[in-house]
Write a protein of this length. Structure first.
Lengths: 288, 301
């Protein structure tokens, strides 16, 4: 399991899990699960397009994720947000099905694009993962405070000069980068599981933003490690283990919270909103 | 004139048995999805509707190695997913996003396993493409009856649910005083939605199923605020997209020198373009209404 050919898999998936855990924290806080699901699937045609044009798959993925982010942002301004996310998803996926039918890509390739191909990571694949992960980490650190404030108190953030539109497009851009980075390794559908389940479980257990964020990263990394190991032993697809473990993790976190509240009456954790109040005086220290 | 038109449109395509089955099954999916879609959009359940479609792919892929009809597979898993959504608290607005996400993640995981088992235990190839992107032209004739029956049952359900569902969406407290259980009405809507999604997943594919739920209805509720008119518009749009898509896919064989394009691509493209066109149309229709009302109407979802 720790042979040399597996080392790249362990490194790549650890980086992806950590980044997904951090960004997932904001996805759950902003209730953007649909966008987090739509972006990876809308990026799916990128791989087929790259094959048609004879360029590196990563450029195809980055190209389509840019189209998806811009389209999503524009359509969400025009009407209902969930309808916009759904339509962007299905439209780009349909383009993907057309491109696939043109390239004569055989079925296993489609399967691995959707559900991941973790065991086939090469050393050359590690560079884009590492570079994009560092860009996303720096971006997330820079955006941490405005993003947290904007997610919890949109009106207050507006009064502080933080524009909802700018934050939204920056957040979607970070999400898009994570998507393009993770897709060749864990697949379009798995990126979503890594974004939602660990962060949702973490936020049921802790209402402190930083604590919940770290917990989400830990859950996410633990999940992917266990999934790789199980997938290695059973030969079953990694997507199955990540998906079901995510649901198990979330339901156990909810049960734990319920039991703590019911039997030990330590109370349900206060909401993230109350905790984010602490940010307000710190946001503009020099202000009267 | 008529023969010329028939020649241009290749009406002979109606003679083909597989085209007839595609028109019938796809048409019933379009009607049911458009009707239920209006309620789904108004309730703010677009994500849940989409998730049911993706999750039902687990049923579609299981049907290959279990040797059952794909429709039964899609229906079974979508039904289970609908009940799990309700159980995880999809009704509470604060929980909806995460609850849907968790069910969706678990369902996709199952789907990955079943597709893997398809390739290892049976000689099926291309199950992933068929389940995910649909296979409208390969339906067996035996599918016609069950598909139309499913559609009829779902439509009857919606006829019964029409008033209680609208009332519990508009004013849950009033609905409760009238003796309507909002919880049951909500659950029944979800289960009926699951049936519609299963039909759509069979036609245009599991990952594209929500196009039929969200697209025509999303366009219709932009144009009309009256539920009855919105449902009518959605059905017309849905049928036009599916039948138009089938016809274009059939014709594309001649357009692109023998390389037919997939049906689902045409269906979804028509749906997306009609949504885009509804945006200027809405502003033209609603010009007389005061701006704050328009903004309030658009802020939902």
């Amino acid at each position: 399991m720790f042979d040399t050919f597996m080392i790249h898999t362990w490194i790549a998936s650890t980086i992806i899990a950590a980044t997904a855990g951090i960004l997932g924290f904001f996805v759950v806080l902003r209730r953007s699960a649909f966008a987090a699901h739509a972006l990876p699937l809308a990026t799916f045609p990128g791989a087929a397009a790259a094959q048609l044009l004879g360029i590196q798959p990563l450029w195809g993925l980055l190209g389509f994720v840019t189209i998806a982010v811009v389209l999503l942002h524009q359509l969400q301004k025009l009407g209902r947000k969930d309808v916009a996310a759904g339509l962007v998803l299905v439209t780009l996926l349909a383009v993907g099905s057309l491109l696939l039918s043109m390239t004569n890509t055989y079925a296993p390739a489609v399967f691995s694009l959707l559900f991941g191909q973790v065991l086939g990571v090469s050393a050359a694949d590690l560079w884009p993962v590492a570079v994009i992960a560092s860009v996303v980490l720096i971006g997330a650190m820079g955006l941490y405070r405005p993003l947290l404030l904007q997610s919890a108190f949109p009106e207050l953030a507006l009064s502080r000069g933080i524009s909802a539109g700018v934050i939204d497009i920056l957040f979607l851009a970070l999400l898009g980068l994570v998507t393009a980075m993770a897709m060749p390794v864990v697949g379009a559908l798995l990126v979503f599981s890594l974004l939602i389940a660990p962060a949702a479980a973490a936020q049921s257990l802790s209402a402190r933003p930083l604590q919940a964020l770290l917990l989400a990263v830990m859950f996410s990394m633990g999940m992917i490690w266990l999934a790789i190991a199980l997938s290695f032993w059973t030969n079953w697809p990694i997507g199955f283990f990540v998906g079901t473990m995510g649901a198990l993790l979330f339901t156990s976190a909810r049960m734990f919270r319920y039991i703590r509240h019911r039997w030990f009456s330590t109370g349900l954790p206060t909401t993230m909103k109350n905790q984010s109040m602490k940010l307000i005086p710190a946001a503009q220290p020099g202000e009267a | 004139m008529l023969t010329w038109l028939a020649h241009i449109l290749h009406w002979s395509f109606l003679d083909s048995g597989s085209v007839q089955t595609a028109l019938l099954v796809g048409g019933s999916a379009a009607v049911v999805c458009s009707v239920i879609g209006v309620f789904t959009i108004l309730r703010g359940y677009a994500f849940a509707g989409h998730a049911l479609g993706d999750v039902s792919s687990a049923g579609g892929s299981a049907s290959f190695f279990l040797g059952i009809s794909p429709l039964v597979g899609f229906l079974g898993i979508a039904g289970i997913a609908a009940v799990s959504l309700e159980f995880l608290g999809v009704r509470r607005a604060r929980e909806q996003d995460v609850a849907t996400g968790i069910v969706l993640g678990a369902g996709i995981g199952l789907s990955a396993l079943f597709l893997y088992l398809d390739t290892t235990t049976t000689s099926t190839t291309g199950a992933a493409v068929m389940v995910m992107f649909g296979s409208m032209f390969t339906f067996p004739v035996s599918l016609r009856g069950p598909a139309v029956l499913t559609a009829a049952v779902a439509l009857a359900m919606m006829a019964i649910l029409y008033r209680p569902l609208l009332l519990s969406m508009v004013d849950p407290e009033l609905a409760t005083t009238r003796g309507i259980s909002t919880r049951w009405v909500g659950l029944l809507h979800l289960v009926t939605l699951a049936a519609a999604v299963a039909l759509a997943a069979l036609s245009v594919g599991a990952v594209l199923a929500s196009a039929l739920i969200i697209g025509p209805a999303g366009t219709a509720v932009r144009i009309s605020r009256r539920p009855g008119l919105a449902i009518f518009l959605a059905v017309v749009l849905g049928l036009a997209a599916v039948w138009g898509g089938i016809w274009m896919a059939y014709e594309s064989y001649y357009w692109f020198a023998g390389n037919a394009w997939p049906v689902s691509f045409f269906v979804v493209t028509i749906i997306f373009l009609s949504y885009l066109m509804s945006v200027p149309l809405q502003y033209a229709l609603w010009r007389r209404i005061a701006k704050p009302v328009r903004m309030a109407a658009n802020a939902g979802g």
